[in-house]
Design a protein around this ligand. Structure first.
Ligand code: NAP
Ligand code: MG
Length: 496
């Protein structure tokens, strides 16, 4: 083992109870309560964090409302707002080592991966969105108005911020999810209350420090850590919130929609997935490593994980053997060990959930080719697992496992595979591996999912829209598509 020594600022950060960020001030929870966030590699407490509940959310909504309705934020020019957002991207890069360590310690993911992926992607998102601040535009529209013959009108649209936005994010990419949510909301001129996941509140709180350092006016960004059932539920239901943006399970997504119904706030949702990854007979040999990466990246804790692997029957044995060999070779260990390739799952709850699925797969008759259980007896590690001999009605095939577990099945032709790939209530991602570009694009069209990767997987960019068909969500994140999520359109008509 070669454990990386924590950055001095990281040791300080986790060494004292973290407070919440409301109205530009750091404060304790109104109740005075804190909760512990554990190190998933050991189960031991990593840090104590203020436990926000309904009262704290109410205070944060008041701060955000004041910043939006009367504060300097709405009076600032788009260019000034863009420069502040750009600065957050710069500060993330300046503090990249430190942020990657916090992320690794709190979530369990390898530090090396957080440093190479999560942190630079988060910075890039802010840089990309900073540019949009000055490019939010309406249209001029020629209207005919048959009810007013001879009259002359001038009509145009304004694209305006929705207002106060509540954002609820999960624990799988804590910093990156905060960036995906905050970047576009701020670029379009909204004020935000962000609730990070209880399992991983630390990087969002460090990000709030950087946002304060960048010089955002008070109340524009508020970060309230706490539990979903209390703080999250209050945010989703709050009458002073104009929109809620949620990433997490489809089950909680439904609760968010119900909670939002009270004041009919706008809702965008990025939910679960059970994404098909399809390897054809003519696929390049790199498809094997691609299929392993599609499911094992981030320990399978990805909403787009390629968790249903379909391989042409002529290549099935070879690909399954290749993916299983990779699964066996993956080095599991604490995220802060520079040799680690896969860390623990985020929590004991997820360990229980994922191993429960492994038991259910066995009970329903699936064959475990490799892996199949917990790894070690300390921390929340699960072995990378490949299951075959599955049927479409098994729980392991239908439900999102959110762990390093792939179900693999052979297929024989193009028509059959499109139907099989779409035989799911989800529609988030898909992968296609073939050298035949016509076949690839024809299948890409047939797949009901928000993202399709051809001869690659898990390629993300701030400029690409991301989101789900079917029960994988409402709306799109990133790209210019996301701007619609955070703006209202106003039609203005003047009679000349
Ligand atoms: P989750 O419950 O959906 O959590 C996501 C976020 O929603 C967290 O911040 C959570 O708060 C909050 N939340 C929970 N209940 C809420 C409520 N009633 N009202 C408002 N907010 C609420 O996900 P999980 O329990 O952590 O994970 C369970 C499963 O969800 C996973 O196994 C996986 O299948 C799926 N999941 C999907 C994604 C994704 O990216 N699509 C991400 C994470 C999990 P807490 O901080 O209290 O949890
Ligand atoms: Mg939960």
């Amino acid at each position: 083992m070669s454990i990386t020594t924590a950055h001095e600022r990281v040791s300080d950060f986790v060494g004292s109870p973290r407070r919440m960020f409301v109205g530009g001030q750091w404060s304790d929870a109104a109740s005075g309560k804190t909760f512990a966030t554990p190190d998933p590699a050991t189960g031991e407490t990593l840090a104590h964090v203020a436990e926000g509940d309904a009262e704290d959310i109410d205070r944060a909504v008041r701060a955000a409302r004041a910043a939006f309705d009367d504060g300097p934020w709405s009076r600032m020019t788009a260019s000034e707002r863009g420069r502040l957002i750009w600065k957050v991207g710069d500060l993330i890069l300046e503090h990249a080592d430190e942020l990657a360590q916090l992320e690794s310690m709190d979530n369990g993911k390898p530090y090396t991966i957080a440093r190479a992926a999560d942190v630079p992607l988060a910075a890039d998102l802010f840089h990309y969105m900073a540019g949009w601040a000055t490019k939010i535009e309406g249209n001029t529209i020629n209207i005919s108005v048959p009810t007013a013959p001879g009259a002359n009108f001038h009509s145009y649209t304004l694209r305006e911020p929705v207002g106060v936005v509540g954002q609820i994010i999960p624990w799988n990419f804590p910093l990156l999810m905060a960036a995906w949510k905050l970047g576009p909301a701020l670029a379009t001129g909204n004020c935000v209350i962000l609730k990070p996941a209880e399992q991983t509140p630390l990087s969002a709180l460090r990000l709030a420090e950087l946002i304060a350092e960048a010089g955002f006016p008070e109340g524009v960004v508020n970060v309230v850590p706490g539990y979903g059932e209390t703080a999250g539920a209050r945010l989703a239901a709050h009458p002073g919130v104009d929109k809620v943006a949620f990433t997490g399970s489809t089950e909680v997504g439904r609760l968010i929609v119900q909670a939002a119904a009270g004041n009919l706030k706008k809702v965008s949702l990025e939910l679960g997935g059970k994404s098909p990854n399809i390897v054809f007979d003519d696929a390049d040999p790199s498809a094997v490593a691609g299929a392993a990466n599609a499911i094992f990246f981030n320990h399978g804790q990805c909403c787009v994980a390629g968790s249903r692997l379909f391989v042409h029957q002529s290549r099935f044995d070879e690909v399954i053997e290749g993916v299983s060999d990779i699964a066996k070779s993956i080095r599991l260990g604490p995220g802060m060990d520079s040799e680690t390739q896969m860390g623990p799952l985020v929590s004991e709850e997820q360990l229980t959930r994922v191993t429960g699925y492994l038991d259910s797969g066995r009970a329903e008759g699936a064959t475990t080719v490799v892996g199949g259980g917990r790894y070690g007896d300390r921390g929340y590690f699960v072995e990378p697992t490949v299951l075959t001999d599955t049927r479409n009605d098994m729980k392991v095939v239908r439900e999102e496992i959110f762990g390093p577990v792939v179900v693999a099945a052979p297929f024989s032709d193009l028509d059959e595979i499109a139907a099989q790939a779409n035989d799911t209530e989800y529609g988030l991602g898909a992968g296609i591996w073939t050298k035949d570009i016509s076949k690839a694009h024809a299948l890409a069209k047939k797949i009901r999912a928000g993202t399709v990767w051809i001869n690659c997987y898990n390629v993300f960019d701030a400029a690409l829209p991301f989101g789900g068909y079917k029960q994988s969500g409402w709306g799109r994140e990133m790209g210019h598509e996301v701007l619609n999520n955070y703006t209202e359109v106003k039609a203005v008509t003047a009679q000349l």
